[in-house]
Ligand binder design. Structure first.
Ligand SMILES: [Zn+2]
Length: 475
């Protein structure tokens, strides 16, 4: 049996067959960096991380692109409230996002494109749509002409009348059709803007993702991931723009991650009920938060409450006690031993159940179930103190650490020894040094010191030399 993914577009479980067997391409809608991320955002980021880790475990090479939306109404408004520039706010929160992700043991994406660094790609995509008569210009803004895309609504499964009802919330008399949406917004006084063929302005949110996804992954990508709240209008509009521009399928599998609830209501900034990821990480170990966030299948809602976190805390202790006890048997395999003991059989069962669960639309809840069944069996075995135990315990240790590594629920050490990731880490550190250099040239010593101190906590030491700052990893 191969892998199956529930495709939100067809609303069916489908066999997963990558377009290019050499490399699975994944695009994940990243945060709009106007604030710290909350636990609901963390759920989406973590599920993306596990999808990637599991595909790699199954032998695929993966290219993951996760964008940062660093220009948006929310950023402009928040920056104005704080009395800082939109650029500075986005930079600070972008940095905080990477810091929080790293604390949650999330591997960096292969590319983290920023919207403001892809303005030419967005302009050229909009121009293509204008040439194809799929877009029109009014007073320096550019709108997408929804009635030109016959398949509009296919992702969210909305009929034209539902779409109209939704669109009326935000009436703009200048639009030809209330469903039309803006891809380029004419500059308003005091807002950040870029030069374009239609005058100064800034991109709309939807065109950002279309342009960045296609630039880094080509016209057709395998898996597009995002929170359930992005299905409409964001993802519907991404499809409309991309498919009308290229004539190709934009994303082959759409994966939407369900909401995290708190007190029975969706966790969200706009609802004013949310727990920041960094606050949760101050209170619980990384593995506990990860266990909690994947304790339900990603398409099911999950409720954030103390009781659930205490359960995850207990589970993590059971797991780490078991693995700590097993560690001493590591490597004690016996060559040529062909007898299959009951525990050996349990190890094999665990592995096949783990794979069956994860192969079926990344069912992490069932995968954890398989792991913990083996943990119970191992504990019973350990207390029986069987003198023939070591070889089979070594196998149990190996199978448990390997599967736990895929889920990141035990030993969340960042991977090293992997060239690409080391290179990526170096890029990220250099980026932080650059940001720090900018801060220093503004005499913003607080930001500069914060970057130095936080890196130090991560065992990365910065040295300021006459040629600029250098860094090294210390232990
Ligand atoms: Zn997006």
């Amino acid at each position: 049996m191969g892998m199956k993914i529930y495709n939100s577009l067809s609303r069916q479980l489908e066999d997963f067959v990558p377009l290019n067997p050499e490399q699975v391409s994944i695009y994940s809608c990243g945060p709009t960096v106007y604030d710290y991320i909350h636990m609901g955002n963390a759920r989406t980021a973590l599920v993306t991380d596990i999808i990637r880790r599991y595909l790699e475990y199954r032998g695929h090479t993966v290219k993951l692109v996760q964008n940062l939306t660093d220009i948006d109404d929310k950023i402009i408004n928040r920056a104005a409230e704080l009395g800082i520039s939109a650029k500075q706010l986005a930079m600070q929160n972008g940095e905080a996002f990477f810091e929080d992700s790293q604390r949650l043991g999330i591997y960096p994406a292969d590319v983290h494109p920023k919207a403001t660094e892809h303005i030419p790609e967005m302009i050229s995509l909009i121009q293509t749509l204008i040439e194809k008569d799929v877009a029109y210009v009014i007073d320096g803004s550019v709108y997408y002409r929804v009635n030109r895309f016959a398949e509009y609504g296919k992702l969210s499964n909305r009929k034209p009348e539902d779409l109209l009802a939704g669109a009326r919330v935000e009436i703009d008399e200048r639009k030809e059709d209330p469903r039309d949406f803006d891809m380029w917004k004419a500059a308003k006084p005091g807002e950040p803007s870029w030069q374009s063929p239609w005058g100064k302005g800034r991109p709309g949110w939807h065109i950002e993702c279309s342009a960045m996804a296609m630039k880094h992954l080509g016209t057709t990508l395998d898996i597009h991931v995002g929170g359930e709240d992005l299905r409409f209008p964001h993802h519907e509009n991404e499809i409309a723009q991309s498919e009308m521009a290229t004539g190709c399928t934009f994303a082959r599998y759409w994966v939407h991650i369900a909401f995290l609830n708190i007190d029975g209501r969706r966790m969200g900034k706009s609802e004013q009920n949310f727990i920041l990821l960094r606050d949760a990480l101050d209170n619980y170990p990384t593995e506990v938060i990860r266990h909690f966030l994947i304790s339900a299948h990603y398409r099911h809602p999950l409720d954030y409450n103390r009781e659930s976190l205490m359960k995850s805390d207990g589970a993590f202790r059971r797991l780490s006690n078991c693995l700590d006890a097993l560690k001493k048997y590591d490597g004690q395999f016996e060559e040529g031993d062909t007898t299959i003991s009951p525990l050996q059989q349990a190890v094999q069962e665990m592995k096949s159940q783990f794979i069956a669960a994860m192969d079926t639309d990344f069912n992490t809840a069932q995968a954890l179930g398989a792991i913990f069944t083996l943990v119970s069996k191992v504990n019973r075995y350990l207390s029986a103190d069987d003198e023939n135990a070591p070889p089979v315990l070594a196998q149990a240790y190996h199978a448990l650490t390997e599967t736990c590594q895929v889920l990141g629920v035990y030993d969340t050490q960042a991977r090293d020894g992997d060239g690409d990731n080391v290179e990526h880490r170096d890029h990220l550190i250099n980026l932080l040094l650059e940001i720090r250099q900018d801060a220093r040239s503004r005499k913003d010593w607080d930001t500069s010191d914060k970057i130095r101190d936080r890196l130090k906590q991560l065992n990365i030491e910065i040295q300021d030399t006459r040629e600029g700052a250098t860094w090294k990893i210390v232990s």
